[in-house]
Design a protein around this ligand. Structure first.
Ligand SMILES: [Zn+2]
Length: 154
């Protein structure tokens, strides 16, 4: 079978994130080594092509296209969780700050929040949202520390 790309799926009106979950991570691969926390409602994991060390995504398990569509109780839960993760990332990675963004990108977007650390050698400002992507380097010690702080026992 021909390998589908995220773009092919979007063109067919299929959400790539949902497709990936329903087809054993065929698009994005197994990310269990990057998982920092998960429950019935959302997952939180390190990005495989990060814009900064510690770049993290929080994503709803159910499909909502963006923040405008999520129920209030999920919105509350996910943003309070995001605040906790931001503080943990700042401490664990010794970043100066952590930026938050969420895209409302159209119907085939799948609601997620991005948390992007900014380090003291980096300039402040909106360019932090589009920093060049870099290689993911696994740091098991930091991952374990974050999992412990978030109470995630896998
Ligand atoms: Zn989806």
């Amino acid at each position: 079978m021909e390998k589908l790309t995220p773009k092919d799926l979007i063109d067919k009106g299929i959400c790539p994130t949902c497709y990936d979950k329903e087809h054993e991570n065929v698009l994005y691969g197994d990310n269990s080594s990057k998982m920092l926390f998960q429950n019935d409602l959302f997952e939180c994991f390190l990005v495989g092509n990060p814009r900064a060390e510690g770049h993290t995504i929080i994503i709803s398990k159910k499909h909502y296209k963006d923040m405008m569509e999520i129920p209030d109780d999920l919105c509350e839960e996910i943003f309070i969780f995001a605040k906790k993760v931001m503080n943990i990332l700042k401490d664990v990675y010794h970043s100066e700050s952590v930026y938050l963004c969420t895209m409302c990108d159209g119907p085939m977007n799948h609601f997620h929040i991005q948390l992007i650390p900014r380090y003291d050698y980096e300039k402040r400002g909106s360019k932090n949202f589009v920093k060049e992507r870099k290689e993911y380097i696994e740091n098991k010690e930091k991952i374990e520390k974050i999992r412990t702080l978030l109470g995630y026992n896998k």
